[in-house]
Design a protein around this ligand. Structure first.
Ligand SMILES: [Zn+2]
Length: 284
């Protein structure tokens, strides 16, 4: 026990300070300190600069789905650590730590529910879980999400956030690219829409697979979206790239996206899009 604590214990009227260490959050956009509570109440959008911070599956479901309609799909079961991979740490240990930290089984979580009355299955990638990396579990969860959408005859909406393929699973992670592509084809064969919402950051193998195959491509403002990092491209083509290169707005200007939507408007916008695509538009 420190000297200060021992003094505090013998002086009964000096209250112990109870300050949680996550009371404040430093905004990645403007660098200012924001009350965590205020940030969360604003759907993780900075109230000072409008920066869209990362948001996990639970908060995303709470925001998008109608109250009481959310029904999370069970986590996908896949062989764990198939290559017995080890770098500076064992992959099995990294998985264990990520699970304890994110309170999720892997980086993609699905839920059934309704958005303003429209039936939907939503998949949300969690960047907090090993950088949202795509391995066997993410591929399997994606396929399960699509299968649930086909069973419910409703669209599948995916929120992407990923650094790319999970290198600890080697070629098995890359195989999730064609696998998820086939799943999207299954959805199309069933006549159901596949909607992508790109969030910050989406890159690598995910960007080269299911993140760019949506019937409707939506992105959150100022998200970093890339296959390869900026520096690598600049060094290869020996040219300076524009400042807004690899942002949502750049992709929109160049015809790669249908719309950039503020997080506060996403629920309404998704409901409208789903209404148009499924022919179940509600009378206003
Ligand atoms: Zn900010």
């Amino acid at each position: 026990m420190s000297w200060l604590n021992s003094v505090r214990n013998v002086i009964p009227f000096v209250a112990k300070r109870e300050t949680p260490d996550n009371l404040w959050h430093k905004c990645r956009g403007c660098g200012q300190m924001v009350f965590t509570k205020e940030l969360e109440d604003n759907l993780n959008v900075c109230p000072k600069c409008d920066h869209h911070d990362r948001i996990g599956p639970k908060a995303r479901f709470r925001h998008l789905l109608d109250e009481g309609s959310c029904n999370e799909l069970p986590a996908a079961k896949v062989p764990e650590d198939p290559l017995k991979f080890r770098d500076s740490k064992r992959y099995a240990d990294r998985l264990k730590a990520a699970r304890a930290n994110a309170a999720e089984n892997d980086a993609l979580v699905n839920a059934r529910g309704t958005i303003l009355g429209h039936k939907v299955v939503i998949g949300v990638q969690d960047f907090a879980f090993m950088g949202g990396s795509m391995g066997l579990a993410v591929g399997e969860a994606f396929v399960r999400g699509v299968e649930a959408a086909i069973a419910d005859q409703c669209p599948y909406v995916i929120f992407t956030a990923s650094g790319g393929a999970r290198m600890q699973e080697g070629i098995l992670s890359l195989m999730q690219m064609p696998r998820t592509t086939v799943a999207i084809q299954m959805l199309h064969d069933a006549g159901l829409p596949y909607i992508v919402v790109l969030t910050d950051p989406t890159s690598g193998g995910v960007m080269a697979a299911y993140a760019m195959l949506g019937d409707v491509q939506i992105a959150e403002p100022k998200a970093t979206l890339a296959f390869t990092g900026r520096r690598v491209i600049e060094n290869t083509i020996r040219e300076k790239l524009p400042d807004d290169f690899q942002t949502s707005e750049y992709y929109l200007d160049h015809g790669m996206l249908d719309m950039v939507v503020h997080r506060h408007d996403l629920r309404e916008r998704l409901a409208t899009v789903i209404g148009y695509l499924t022919g179940s538009r509600k009378a206003a």
